[in-house]
Design a protein around this ligand. Structure first.
Ligand SMILES: Cc1cc2nc3c(=O)[nH]c(=O)nc-3n(C[C@H](O)[C@H](O)[C@H](O)COP(=O)(O)OP(=O)(O)OC[C@H]3O[C@@H](n4cnc5c(N)ncnc54)[C@H](O)[C@@H]3O)c2cc1C
Length: 322
């Protein structure tokens, strides 16, 4: 396989790369080297509709994987076979859907959809499983909050659907546009290296390196967030913010039994300055999403004064009506 890719693509075939082919008269094809050992490959031919695929393939007769391999060879314009010893292991035919459930959550009994049960999109871009993992990360701490008695089910699940629907829509828009580009493109697309980066963070963004309420905190080396509870981040500007703020935060978390951590970030670092602007405080929930940003060195009122609302203020960044 590697030899053939060298002939098709050129001598500089990096290990573990993905290759895209668009030959005249053929639909786009992609080949991924997936085990890093040049032994296991994964290929796809994309047809605009099921009618454009060979009848036996769209009819679901996919038991003969070597027949599918010949289809892939044709799409990649292989004038000679992939090489001796190549074995076709499996073949699928699937339809790329663009679907999202109308309702993701129920209050009573408390229930939530996650993963492919909540949304489907084309595998192009590799977002499906990643979105499901993101759903689980957003759902996990909410369920823990209910089980630990920090939040009522309705409050805990509030925002889950909107947040994850937005993540799906972002990925789906990318996939739909990319698929249209691939299907319409005439030119050969150069190979991509393993671990390629997307221009924007589609799965769960921070915003241009900025800390924004409702979005994930940008990553700062050395900053460890409390994954079982909440984190208070203090932007160090010289004065002792920890002494001024941390006791009230720790006391509020202690009243409702939420694990907490206080973390100081160096305001002199350029990335921190970009992220926080004029803000001095941030509170993050267990999945690193920012729930509060403050310019002044003071916590939200609900955290300091009203024990009953502290959980909503800390974890949801809002007061939830009883
Ligand atoms: C060709 C292809 C390539 C892909 N490549 C990527 C990729 O590179 N990156 C990526 O992130 N995603 C990729 N995906 C998407 C990814 O595979 C799916 O998003 C992911 O597997 C969905 O996981 P899930 O657990 O939500 O659902 P599923 O994998 O569908 O799991 C649901 C499970 O529930 C079981 N089940 C159903 N009903 C019942 C019942 N009544 N009782 C008990 N069990 C039940 C099913 O048998 C199944 O095992 C790809 C998909 C395809 C088709």
């Amino acid at each position: 396989m590697l030899e053939l890719l060298r002939r098709q693509v050129g001598p500089d075939v990096p290990s573990g790369a993905a290759y895209s082919f668009r030959k005249p008269g053929q639909w786009p094809a992609h080949v991924w080297q997936i085990d890093g050992e040049e032994e296991l490959y994964y290929g796809i031919v994309s047809y605009p509709t099921a009618c454009d695929a060979p009848g036996w393939l769209s009819a679901g007769e996919v038991s003969d994987a070597s027949r599918a391999l010949r289809v892939l060879e044709a799409a990649c314009d292989c004038v000679e076979p992939w090489g001796p010893g190549l074995e076709a292991l499996q073949c699928w035919f699937w339809t790329p859907y663009s679907l999202c459930a109308e309702k993701w959550t129920l209050d009573r009994p408390a229930a939530a959809l996650a993963g492919d049960a909540a949304h489907l999109l084309s595998p192009l871009g590799g977002f499906g499983m990643n979105l499901g993992v993101g759903d689980a990360a957003s759902l996990g701490w909410r369920l823990a909050a209910v089980l630990n008695g920090w939040l009522e089910p309705g409050a805990a699940l509030s925002g889950y659907e909107a947040e994850r629907r937005e993540a799906w829509a972002r990925c789906d828009a990318y996939v739909v546009a990319e698929r249209a580009r691939l299907m319409g493109g005439k030119a050969y697309v150069p190979p991509l290296g393993r671990g390629g980066a997307y221009e924007t963070a589609l799965l769960g963004p921070c915003v241009n390196g900025q800390a924004v309420v409702g979005h994930r905190l940008p990553h700062f080396p050395g900053v460890r967030l409390e994954t079982r509870g909440v984190t208070l981040l203090l932007v160090n500007g010289g004065e002792d913010l920890v002494a001024a703020i941390a006791p009230a935060f720790v006391a509020a978390c202690g009243r409702i039994g939420v694990p907490c951590r206080t973390c100081i970030v160096d305001g002199a670092q350029p990335a921190v300055a970009v992220a926080f602007g004029g803000n001095r405080l941030a509170i993050c929930r267990p999945d690193a999403v920012v729930t509060f940003l403050g310019a002044a060195a003071c916590l939200p009122e609900a955290v300091v004064e009203e024990a009953g609302l502290a959980a909503e203020a800390l974890l949801l960044g809002e007061k939830v009506a009883p």
